[in-house]
Structure formats: C-alpha cells, structure tokens
Design a protein around this ligand. Structure first.
Ligand code: PMP
Length: 414
C-alpha cells in the first residue's frame, strides 16, 4: 500500500495509556543503569497463591472451548463467593467470565445505551474506553476533604444537567487512584440518586478484598441491587493480573441482556482460556489457605500504604488517608508557587521532572481525569518484594519507598 492506512475515527489521537508509558520509560532508565524508584505501576508484588498455581498445573490439559459466558463450575463458585463474602443476591447464571475485568467493563459500555458518568479522579481506562465506543462521558467532581469519594449531591447535580434517559456510572470502590473506600451511608445516598435518575452502575470492585477501612467494605449492590453490575477478578487480591480472568455479576433485573452479551462474546473472544478458568475455581471457594494468604497480603498492602501516607505528610504533601487497594493520591499544591517558578504547572510536567531529575516514577493526576493544575499524582505502594515481605513480621520496612520519598523531598528543596 503506497498511502498511509486510514484509521477509524475514534482511534485518531488515541494515545498509549499513561500507566504503560511511564512503566516503559522507567524500564528504559533501569536498562541504562539508573536506579529508578517505581511508584508508577500498580501490580501486586505477591506471588500467585500456591493452591491456584497447583490448580493451573492440574488443568494444563484442558483444551476445549468453554461456553462463552464461562465454565459452569466457575460461575457457580463466583456466585457463592459474591453471596457469602459480600452479601449480594447472586445465582450462577448471573455471572459472566471474561479475559480481565477491563474487557468486561468495555463490553458493558458497548452493551448499554447512555452517557458514562466518571467520578474525577478515576482509573485511567474508563475515559478512553468510552471514547473508543463513541460514548459521551461526563466527569463528576469529588473533593479531597471527602477523600475523593463520590457524593450523592454531586451525582444528582450532573444527572439533572443531563436530563431524562438512561445513564451509566462507573464506581470504583476501593479506588484506584485514591485508595478511598465509600462508607455504607454514602452508598445508600448514591443508590437513592441512581434510582431517581435511571442510572445503571458498573461497580468496579476489583480491590474489594484489599480493604483495610475502619468500617469495612460494603458494595453498592447491597443498597441498589436492581441497577448494579459488579466486576471483579483475579488480578489484585489474587495477584494474578497476567492470567487475565475477570468476572461480572449482573443483577436479576438485567438478566435480559445475557443473550446479547453471549452473542458479543461469541463473535469476539469466544471464551477465556480453559486452563485458567479451571484454575480460578478455588480462588472463589471458601478455601482457608487462599483466604488467609489474601488477608496476609492485604495486611502488608495496608502497612505499605499507611507508611507511604505518613511519609508524604511529613514532606508537606496533601494526601487523604488510603483505606483500600495499593494506591495513594497525594498532591503538590502546597508547593505550587515554587514549582511554577521552575516552569512546572501541570501534573504531567511534575511527573516528567521527577522521573528525569530524581528517577522517581509516578503517574500524573491528569491521566486519572483530575485537573492538571491540581498537581496530584498517583503513587502505587508496591515497590518491594512481596515474597520477601511474606517471610517477615510487622513492623515491615519499606526502604525503596523511603528512598523515593527522600528523593521527592530533595526535588522539592532544590
Ligand atoms: N479496574 C481498576 C480500577 C484497575 O486498577 C484495574 C487493573 N489495573 C482493572 C479494573 C482491570 O483489571 P483486570 O482487567 O486485570 O481484571
């Protein structure tokens, strides 16, 4: 072909995700022999629980295509898990299995009509997914003073502006990037607004087991069962992101969408890899060894996040206290004047300067749909060896993260 190929409209101008880009740059700097403190990439540092690894070995011979919506045994164990652990009304036929919850969220945005409401800040991929599907999206602001948790009045105001008709809301709880966990009272108030304004919610609860909030995790489906689709998977609490297994729980009221979803799956990815589906079954069973391993990993995530939080406060950053997941969302606003004198006025400029000058990798708040001039960054508190940490007892030491904070402090005093 002599001419440059022409891409379909939504792909023009679509960039590689900020997360992957920083990761590549950090890898490149490491390959050049530079010692990079990596607070950028949010992958669990722990090994996959041994019983799951064994289950995958045992299933290596499984070779046939499975039903598109998932292995019946897995759908049954996921339904029991959602019922027992989170108190949702879940039956096996309401469960859909996909190659990661990211793909399932994309499917849901494809399947359901209506604009997407995205709390600001939110995980990086929601906006680009809506863009790829030509779906209008609208940001709903949250406040640092409220831990960046979505409040009912803000959602109500946005819904009123949009007027009647079905809308979709994506609610990530616990949150990447902020580490916040919504309280039951907040969820109850959100449920009322969703009911009033015909809002279907995709409740992205991929971090639900990595919860260390005071109140304990509650899901929106407890208060708004008829309109909440829950997504989860193996990537975070079970440390198996590369296995690419996600699950979705549809409410009974939305079961009618299953034939369309089944058709979409059958014309696209067909089914998730069969050995992976068989191996995932024990993750969702009441397996004592796996549950206690996940709790131990969560205690270490908590220690790492709380440690980093304290250190950020000590060097003068604003940072709400994390309550779940692996992340923090501090901002450099107290230093905005001195940074502006150095030509740094956006979170992307800040991250680039920190990586180039101090080899500290962080992600810019603007990639999370947060105003660039807010000078916020997402820090992932996973720069340690999970296997080594599992051999230790509290208090844990996080020397690489300490070093990152010292470098940030040096950058600020330069
Ligand atoms: N949602 C959030 C908030 C995430 O952080 C991630 C992983 N980074 C995902 C969804 C996607 O997870 P997966 O596709 O691996 O299930």
């Amino acid at each position: 072909m002599s001419q440059a190929p022409v891409l379909q409209a939504p792909f023009a101008g679509l960039k590689e995700s900020a997360t992957l880009k920083i990761n590549q740059l950090a890898k490149q700097l490491r390959a050049e022999g530079k010692e990079v403190c990596h607070l950028g990439f949010g992958e669990s540092p722990f090994p996959v629980p041994e019983p799951l690894v064994q289950a995958l070995r045992d299933a290596a011979h499984e070779k046939t295509y499975l039903p598109g919506l998932g292995l019946p045994e897995l759908r049954a164990s996921v339904a029991r898990f959602f019922t027992e652990v989170f108190g949702y009304a879940a039956h096996p036929h309401q469960v859909v299995v996909g190659p990661g919850s990211k793909e399932l969220i994309f499917n849901l945005l494809y399947l359901f009509e209506g604009p997407l409401l995205i709390p600001s800040p939110s995980w990086v991929s929601y906006g680009p997914q809506a863009h790829l599907l030509n779906k209008p999206s609208h940001l709903v602001a949250t406040q640092r003073e409220q831990g960046y948790r979505l409040q009912a009045d803000a959602l109500d105001a946005t819904c009123r502006e949009l007027g009647p008709g079905q809308k979709l809301l994506i609610l990530n709880n616990p949150s990447n990037p902020t580490g916040s966990v919504h309280t039951a009272a907040e969820l109850e108030a959100l449920a009322t607004v969703c009911r009033q304004h015909q809002v279907l919610v995709i409740a992205d609860e991929i971090y639900a087991l990595v919860d260390y909030s005071r109140e304990g995790f509650t899901g929106l489906a407890r208060f708004y069962p008829e309109g909440t689709i829950v997504t989860s998977g193996l990537s975070k609490a079970f440390s198996a992101g590369g296995w690419r297994l996600g699950v979705a729980l549809l409410p009974e009221a939305l079961e009618g969408v299953l034939p369309a979803w089944n058709a979409l799956i059958s014309e696209t990815f067909s089914c998730v890899s069969s050995p992976i589906q068989y191996a995932a079954v024990p993750a969702f069973e009441a397996n004592e060894a796996i549950r206690s391993y996940v709790s131990q990993c969560t205690r270490i995530h908590q220690a790492a996040c709380q440690h980093l939080h304290q250190r950020f406060l000590e060097i003068g950053l604003n940072a709400p206290e994390p309550e779940g997941g692996f992340y923090l969302f501090p901002d450099f606003q107290p230093f905005s004047d001195s940074l502006a004198r150095r030509g740094i006025t956006t979170s992307a400029e800040l991250c680039q300067a920190l990586l180039e000058q101090e080899q500290v990798a962080l992600l810019p708040g603007e990639a999370f749909f947060f105003p660039a001039e807010g000078l916020a960054v997402r820090a992932a508190a996973v720069d340690y060896s999970g296997a080594e940490m599992l051999q230790q007892t509290a208090p844990f030491s996080f020397s690489q993260m300490d070093q990152a904070v010292e470098r940030i402090a040096r950058f600020l005093s330069a």
